[in-house]
Design a protein around this ligand. Structure first.
Ligand code: ZN
Ligand code: ZN
Length: 400
């Protein structure tokens, strides 16, 4: 996409101890991307800051005429071995759990329990950490925040503050060195490599300037952060494993490998697919200049989070898409249910005219594939009352 993408990407297989990123060459990529964005995102003070720092670095490090300036040392990501072995453990554990499931060693209720946990804890991510705490796309009263925090904690994907912090940085500096899981560094890095590699210095720098004051004022978020380690032991391992063992006499080993490792790793990889697949394979109906795409498979697996081109263009929309159906957006149905109860409120969304305008201006022309509004002005032929008056008047009639 970016003209100098190849300059900024070094294959990062994760199997090597170090992945080298030539920082000097990545800077023009960031500048190009800002210039390529529509007007409405250019005037952001943080973006200006990015451009300014990028230009300074660019002039001091990538200007070929400036032979006298010393080049900064290239960034070398190092493997964080504890995180690497944690990922290795849970993924091997996934295979052990899968063995128990496909050989029918687990009890029937263990299957139901595992599926239910994947779904429920997934809602904790999508409706909680993502749409509520990261994007503030709706508001929730404390009982719903508590429920979402309980479910989110069970999924085991770090504390909500840290999750939302990185996610805000991801949106603000998407596809640049400051993006924690920059998809331009390859599929493997965007999917899982970023979890066990040391972050790029730009990520560390941008984390410091993202406003997190709203979450710092949320006692539920801060309490979960403070007690995250014991909560992890209790809700990610303890409860999911002990319930089947106690309630329907499941073997402890089966409960551990299925209800902890397999269940945990399944949810983890679905979330990872949003960072990798939904940044690479699909349509771009709303903005073709950015990497995030619309991907139905990810949307189904991640309960509505695969409409990623739309989501990156309108991150404040609680629906994360313009689809009216809940079938491919279960999370929106969940939030709407709680809105009827009064526990969710102030749901932000984008009017169809604004979406249509943006798609016409920046999209790749595929909006009609995913958009129910796209057919609003379509006509079936002569005689359709929706033919515009001026078109009707201009119709050429050849009588013979
Ligand atoms: Zn998001
Ligand atoms: Zn994204």
């Amino acid at each position: 996409m970016a003209p100098n993408v190849s300059d900024s990407v070094v294959a990062d297989t994760g199997s090597n101890t170090e992945a080298v990123l030539p920082t000097a060459n990545t800077v023009p990529s960031a500048v190009w991307q800002r210039k390529g964005r529509p007007q409405d995102t250019v005037n952001d003070p943080n973006n200006n800051e990015t451009s300014q720092s990028a230009n300074i670095s660019s002039s001091s490090s990538s200007n070929h005429c400036d032979q006298g300036t010393a080049h900064p040392a290239p960034f070398r990501a190092r493997i964080r071995w504890p995180d690497f072995f944690a990922q290795l453990f849970v993924h091997v554990g996934f295979l052990v759990g899968l063995y128990y499931l496909v050989t029918f060693r687990a009890r029937f209720y263990t299957y139901l329990w595992t599926i239910g946990l994947v779904w429920a804890t997934g809602i904790g991510i999508t409706a909680g950490a993502h749409r509520l705490w990261s994007h503030k796309s709706y508001k929730a009263r404390w009982p719903l925040r508590l429920l979402l925090m309980f479910l989110f904690t069970m999924c085991g994907q770090r504390d909500a503050y840290t999750w939302a912090h990185d996610h805000r940085v991801h949106h603000k500096y998407s596809e640049t060195d400051a993006d924690p899981h920059n998809a331009k560094r390859g599929f493997f890095f965007a999917h899982v490599g970023w979890v066990f590699l040391t972050p790029h210095p730009e990520v560390v720098a941008k984390r410091k300037i993202i406003d997190m004051s709203d979450l710092e004022a949320d006692p539920i978020v801060m309490l979960q952060r403070r007690f995250y380690v014991p909560l992890f032991a209790l809700l990610v391992i303890g409860l999911p494993v002990l319930v089947p063992w106690y309630c329907w006499n499941e073997q402890l080993a089966v409960a551990f490998w299925v209800c902890f490792t397999l269940r945990f790793t399944t949810t983890l990889n679905i979330a990872f697919f949003v960072n990798s697949v939904a940044h690479m394979f699909g349509n771009k109906p709303y903005d073709k200049s950015i990497s995030p795409v619309e991907n139905m498979a990810v949307a189904i697996a991640a309960m509505g989070e695969g409409w990623h081109n739309y989501h990156h263009v309108f991150p404040w929309d609680y629906k994360t898409s313009e689809l009216g159906s809940y079938v491919f957006n279960v999370t929106t149905g969940f939030i709407d249910c709680f809105a009827r109860l009064g526990w969710a409120y102030d749901r932000k969304s984008v009017p169809p005219e604004v979406v249509a305008r943006r798609a016409a201006k920046c999209g790749d022309g595929t909006r009609f594939l995913t958009d129910e509004y796209a057919h609003q002005d379509a006509v079936w032929g002569y005689g359709d009352r929706d033919i515009p008056k001026e078109d009707e008047d201009a119709i050429v009639r050849t009588q013979c």
